[in-house]
Write a protein of this length. Structure first.
Length: 363
């Protein structure tokens, strides 16, 4: 089983120490093609649409009468992840999941991925085996085929680029631009939890830099760590919506924060919105840590990002169908564009929302 609580171990949680201790096989002993064969030799295809995967100049896919969706995410060491506290297996799993989430957010099903890596000299064959074990576990759990990719030397650490393909019937695809006035606004799960997991990891990293004998204070906060290090794509919600006969009018996954995603939907749909502070789903562990760290949990929920929950709008006519759905929360409604994009505070005050989510270009 994949132990999502690896970071609670009492020893050093710094992955560089882990890398140095392990017996290492230099990548140069295998070469590029030998490395690819080594990492992909046992891959079995799960999708009938995969006609040819790894081993030729290109993969061959046949999706018959469905539309093909394509998404790509690029992850850079030092920008998107810190290997001082991110285990390689978790990193591989998360790198795949964030792509699956994009496909589910279009009301589609992920089917294949390609994985390309830029690798610096400090990584060994064993390190890449660990990274790939996370990627392959994600593929197995979500029934996705790994069908290709590339590897190259890197001068600046580890780079991961994953492209995910998915399928859906044309009539099922949900875009960002379909929200209508009076539509309901819903989110799944809870918000700000992954961000608080990141704050916890960063705090303990700083503590351990000052005192190598310190023990990370993770006990009782494992859920925060799991949400940051090992997120899941919400295919369960897509299935529930389908079973309930609900097709969202607009949908996105929450990767950059609720405020940013609301602005995307409202801008592309040419509408406004009102969301209510007291309706935002917030986890107790996240709220407790935010108070401890003197952070505003509502701000974290709005702008934290990396929740990979679903934000969607649906017709007011679907209200009765929504009520029985577990882990789906009604947080507001769509308005005319002149109303703007607003948060309604607990005292009824209107606060104009700004996109303050994480910015990869801000140093």
């Amino acid at each position: 089983m994949f132990n999502s609580n690896i970071t609670t171990h009492n020893s050093k949680f710094i992955i560089h120490n882990y890398i140095r201790v392990m017996a290492k096989t230099e990548i140069s002993t295998l070469g590029e093609f030998g490395l690819i064969r080594h990492l992909t030799k046992d891959i079995k295809h799960l999708q009938p649409s995969t006609q040819k995967g790894i081993g030729d100049d290109a993969a061959v896919l046949h999706h018959k009468d469905k539309r093909t969706l394509v998404t790509t995410d690029l992850l850079l060491e030092g920008i998107h992840f810190n290997l001082e506290y991110v285990p390689l297996k978790h990193l591989g799993y998360k790198a795949a999941i964030v792509n699956f989430s994009d496909i589910y957010a279009m009301n589609a099903t992920p089917t294949q991925i390609t994985v390309s890596l830029g690798i610096s000299k400090r990584f060994s064959v064993e390190d890449l085996e660990e990274l790939y074990s996370g990627i392959r576990l994600a593929c197995e759990r979500y029934n996705v085929d790994l069908v290709g990719g590339d590897t190259c030397a890197s001068m600046t650490g580890l780079t991961i680029s994953i492209t995910c393909l998915g399928t859906a019937y044309d009539s099922d695809i949900v875009y960002r631009n379909g929200a209508k006035v009076n539509d309901l606004i819903c989110v799944t799960g809870n918000l700000g939890t992954a961000y608080m997991g990141l704050q916890l990891l960063e705090r303990e990293r700083i503590v351990m830099q000052a005192n190598e004998n310190a023990t990370p204070a993770f006990e009782g906060r494992e859920y925060l760590l799991e949400r940051q290090l090992k997120p899941e794509a919400r295919r369960d919600i897509i299935a529930k919506l389908h079973e309930a006969g609900i097709k969202p009018t607009a949908m996105m996954d929450i990767s950059d924060g609720l405020s940013s995603e609301l602005m995307h939907i409202c801008t592309q749909s040419n509408v406004g919105c009102a969301v209510y502070e007291d309706k935002l789903p917030i986890d107790y562990q996240a709220a407790a840590l935010a108070e401890e760290m003197n952070l505003n949990i509502v701000t974290c929920a709005l702008n934290g990002g990396e929740d990979y929950e679903l934000l969607f709008t649906c017709s007011l006519d679907d209200y009765e169908k929504l009520i029985p759905l577990d882990d789906v929360y009604l947080i507001g409604h769509i308005t005319k564009p002149e109303y703007g994009i607003n948060l309604i505070g607990r005292n009824g005050e209107e606060i104009s929302l700004q996109a303050q989510g994480w910015n990869a270009f801000k140093q």
